[in-house]
Design a protein around this ligand. Structure first.
Ligand SMILES: *[C@@H]1O[C@H](CO)[C@@H](O)[C@H](O)[C@H]1NC(C)=O
Ligand SMILES: *[C@@H]1O[C@H](CO)[C@@H](O)[C@H](O)[C@H]1NC(C)=O
Ligand SMILES: *[C@@H]1O[C@H](CO)[C@@H](O)[C@H](O)[C@H]1NC(C)=O
Ligand SMILES: *[C@@H]1O[C@H](CO)[C@@H](O)[C@H](O)[C@H]1NC(C)=O
Ligand SMILES: *[C@@H]1O[C@H](CO)[C@@H](O)[C@H](O)[C@H]1NC(C)=O
Ligand SMILES: *[C@@H]1O[C@H](CO)[C@@H](O)[C@H](O)[C@H]1NC(C)=O
Length: 342
């Protein structure tokens, strides 16, 4: 990803927030960050917000806290969101010595950008602390897929939402006071689940259930479920709320797939219930609207040249001279994410 795409994406998110926070002021940054504020791209499409009553997922913000009130952002996800921090203090992007991961702590499966990734831009704009657990290649639940389960056909070490959340539950409270009214939780999974499923199959219900719904609640109802806690598979979004999450931002995928569409419908339905039952506010961003518009007319956004800058995730040798006008930084990522651009 180039920072330019992330900045375009950030504007996208901000447009959604603007609907609710037109009157609030962003406070000046508490933590100075050097960024190139020259922005060579423009956002050539607007979010399409739908209704809370929608049966299927739709772009929406039910009223998560505005930038000015956001002191902490807690992030879970894959390479779209990872800055390589894994719960440690994030290292800002550094391009010297040359590095395809912009100097993130670890080179493998980390920051897939030559600049700040979207969640860092968001945290910088809000002067918020970022606790980022996202990691490249992450899936929802390793036990859902034949490749990543104990069958483990690929033998590629892979992290999942379960592991990311466990690390947060262990150490998050020592890193920040996590005041519910000042903290936004952001979650984005699905593309690697689809990728692993396409490789060797698996169990989508297991992934759905780990994300939003207990295994047996669907069969016996919530009251029975609570009494039988030994049979109760706790859902990650439920655990986050039990931990204090009151504001949740979800990203829908870049491209429609039958399984991830159902996943997103279920996440949306769950969050509607979370709002009704727990008073949890949520925002849902559908990246497909943005990526489809970019694929249809990259020039309208200011993109030019090759859509992907680097020829490999391991080196900047042979990469483009003008990354800020490319949609993607790393080819492997582009291959996964930008089928629409091919
Ligand atoms: C900042 O970005 C603009 C647009 O991409 C570019 O022309 C300029 O050289 C950059 N400035 C620095 C200091 O990198
Ligand atoms: C993240 O940090 C935890 C705790 O140190 C570690 O167990 C885990 O393997 C790390 N995850 C990745 C993907 O490096
Ligand atoms: C799959 O295999 C790799 C390499 O042997 C290992 O690191 C990883 O933990 C395994 N994953 C699971 C879910 O068993
Ligand atoms: C993948 O796992 C599912 C159950 O999760 C199993 O029914 C199926 O046979 C497996 N597929 C392959 C190709 O191993
Ligand atoms: C809702 O989503 C399902 C599953 O993707 C799809 O089959 C159905 O057509 C959608 N309904 C509407 C009204 O878009
Ligand atoms: C409501 O919050 C509790 C934790 O406080 C959680 O266990 C439950 O799953 C949440 N329900 C919904 C529908 O979000």
């Amino acid at each position: 990803m180039t920072p330019s795409l992330f900045r375009a994406f950030l504007l996208w998110g901000v447009n959604i927030f603007n609907a609710l926070q037109a009157a609030s002021q962003v406070t000046p940054g508490d933590f100075p960050v050097v960024i190139n504020s020259t922005f060579p791209l423009k956002l050539a499409v607007n979010p399409l917000c739908g209704q809370l009553s929608s049966q299927n997922f739709t772009e929406i913000n039910t009223g998560i806290i505005p930038l000015s009130a956001t002191r902490t952002i807690v992030a879970f996800g894959d390479s779209w969101t990872s800055n390589g921090a894994n719960g440690t203090v994030p290292v800002p992007p550094i391009m010297w010595p040359p590095s395809p991961s912009a100097g993130s702590r670890v080179n493998q499966n980390r920051r897939a950008s030559n600049g700040f990734i979207w969640v860092e831009d968001w945290a910088n704009m809000a002067s918020a602390k970022l606790l980022n657990y996202a990691w490249g290649g992450a899936v929802i639940d390793n036990f859902a897929w034949n490749t990543t389960s104990p069958n483990n056909k690929t033998s590629v070490p892979r992290t999942d939402f379960v592991a990311e959340a466990n690390l947060f539950f262990l150490q998050g409270k020592f890193l920040d006071s996590l005041v519910p009214s000042q903290t936004v939780y952001t979650v984005a999974f699905g593309i690697n689940d689809e990728g692993q499923f396409e490789l060797a199959g698996g169990d989508w219900n297991r992934a759905y259930n780990t994300y939003v719904r207990s295994w047996i609640s669907d069969h016996f109802g919530p009251h029975r479920m609570l009494k039988q806690s030994s049979l109760f598979q706790v859902t990650k979004l439920g655990e986050l709320q039990a931990f204090g999450a009151k504001n949740i931002l979800i990203h829908g995928m870049y491209k429609s797939h039958p399984n991830t569409d159902i996943l997103q419908n279920r996440v949306f339905a769950y969050l509607k219930e979370s709002k009704a039952v727990n008073g949890t506010e949520f925002a849902f961003v559908n990246l497909e609207t943005l990526f489809t518009a970019i694929a249809d007319n990259p020039a309208a956004f200011g993109y030019r040249g090759n859509p992907t800058c680097l020829v490999s995730a391991n080196t900047i040798v042979g990469g483009c001279n003008d990354p800020d006008h490319s949609v993607f930084w790393i080819r492997k990522l582009a291959y996964r994410l930008a089928v629409a651009l091919d």
